[in-house]
Design a protein around this ligand. Structure first.
Ligand code: SAM
Ligand code: SF4
Length: 349
């Protein structure tokens, strides 16, 4: 593989950041946020995300770190200010820190932030390097603090590593936000205790509704919980006040007076947030999906590997603006097929 340092210098010399045309879709939404998947592979098998026998993409189809960096630069050139690396599990990709470091060099200039979403299993050994590479805050997925429930949900026995990873992130000076998918009959009963623990540790937490993406081994309607119900339950225990805080993502935040912490609600099912969508997603094989719930895509890998990559990628981004749908149409119920056959681990969460 070519040296990423040499490659970043070449890309940085070649690209023309003068007068970029911002990315605005046909619904007048300005795109400023990229979720870039570095792998579809994962060391967990969360039941809502993928089946136990998940078919991963052939490694040969996955973009190199150099290609991922070149794409990141192309998005920066069009006004993207936040890049979140994701997957699959981003920290299972060897050398991913090199990519974080290369992108991190642009924070404070073209970029406001480089960050990542991780399941935390490999965080303990990576937290310091991430902080040194320019990451300031990360999202760590934690659905439960109960070892047996963790095993049932992720099909792996990794809770101690994840908790160790969260502690290491804090020690490294990273701000941690927890992400929690609420699952009926599995983790819903412990949500308020999980929120209390997160806030006692100084972490914000966002709750997420399960989305119908890809076939999994159980019926989604058996596990779906509306966050409207969860919020009502939390309001019976605590005082929730809408917060002014806005992050680039879809969370709507509330402050909890009694815990002194913040809670976010990500409600793709019960309360559509597409009107404010500022995001694009690129898979590890370079397919740009303008909507998590849509099938529309443009092939950035073909553009990158063409004779004129800069011009072709720029043209592909323009095409993406024309096809970004107004909203997703997620439905969960008996007999409903997934909104898309792609699992969230493929598109990038
Ligand atoms: N492996 C990393 C992790 O788990 O944080 C990053 C990728 S994961 C696909 C990103 C986020 O998507 C996680 O917070 C995960 O819980 C969430 N997720 C995965 N499948 C989902 C689904 N079908 N509905 C809602 N959230 C989902
Ligand atoms: Fe892996 Fe994240 Fe999917 Fe869980 S949610 S299986 S950790 S990609």
């Amino acid at each position: 593989m070519a040296d990423l340092g040499t490659m970043t210098r070449t890309v940085d010399r070649l690209d023309t950041l003068t007068e970029p045309a911002p990315l605005v879709d046909t619904h007048h939404r300005r795109i400023t946020y990229l979720r870039l998947s570095v792998t579809d592979r994962c060391d967990l098998r969360c039941t809502y995300c993928m089946p136990e026998r998940m078919q991963f993409l052939p490694k040969a189809e996955v973009l190199s770190l150099e290609e991922l960096y070149a794409l990141a630069r192309s998005f920066m050139a069009r006004g993207v200010r936040t890049i979140r690396l994701t997957g699959g599990e981003p920290l299972v990709r060897r050398d991913v820190i090199d990519l974080v470091r290369a992108i991190g060099r642009h924070v404070g200039a073209e970029l406001d932030e480089v960050t990542l979403t991780t399941n935390g299993t490999q965080l303990a050994s990576n937290a310091d390097a991430l902080a040194r590479a320019g990451v300031r805050r990360i999202n760590v997925s934690l659905d439960t603090r109960d070892p047996a429930t963790f095993r049932a949900l992720s099909r792996r026995d990794a809770l101690p590593q994840v908790l160790e990873g969260i502690a290491a992130a804090r020690t490294a000076g990273l701000k941690v936000k927890l992400n929690t998918v609420v699952m009926r009959g599995v983790s819903d009963a412990e949500i308020s205790d999980l929120v209390a623990w997160a806030h006692a540790q100084g972490h914000a937490i966002s709750l997420i509704e399960t989305m119908p993406l890809g076939e999994v081994d159980e019926a989604r309607e058996d596990r779906f919980v509306s966050l409207a119900d969860v919020r009502r339950d939390l309001e019976a225990r605590w005082t929730l006040t809408p917060s002014d805080v806005r992050t680039p993502g879809p969370s709507r935040y509330f402050d909890i007076a009694e815990t002194g912490g913040r809670i976010g609600f990500i409600t793709p099912m019960s309360e559509n947030f597409c009107a404010g969508c500022n995001r694009l997603r690129v898979t590890a094989t370079g397919q740009l999906y303008p909507c998590l719930g849509g099938g529309e895509r443009v092939d950035l890998r073909a553009a990158l590997r063409s004779g004129a990559p800069e011009a072709e990628v720029a043209a592909a981004l323009d095409r993406a603006m024309l096809i970004k749908p107004e909203r997703h149409d997620f439905r969960i119920g008996a007999g409903e097929a997934p909104a898309q056959p792609r699992h969230m681990s493929v598109t990038g969460g």
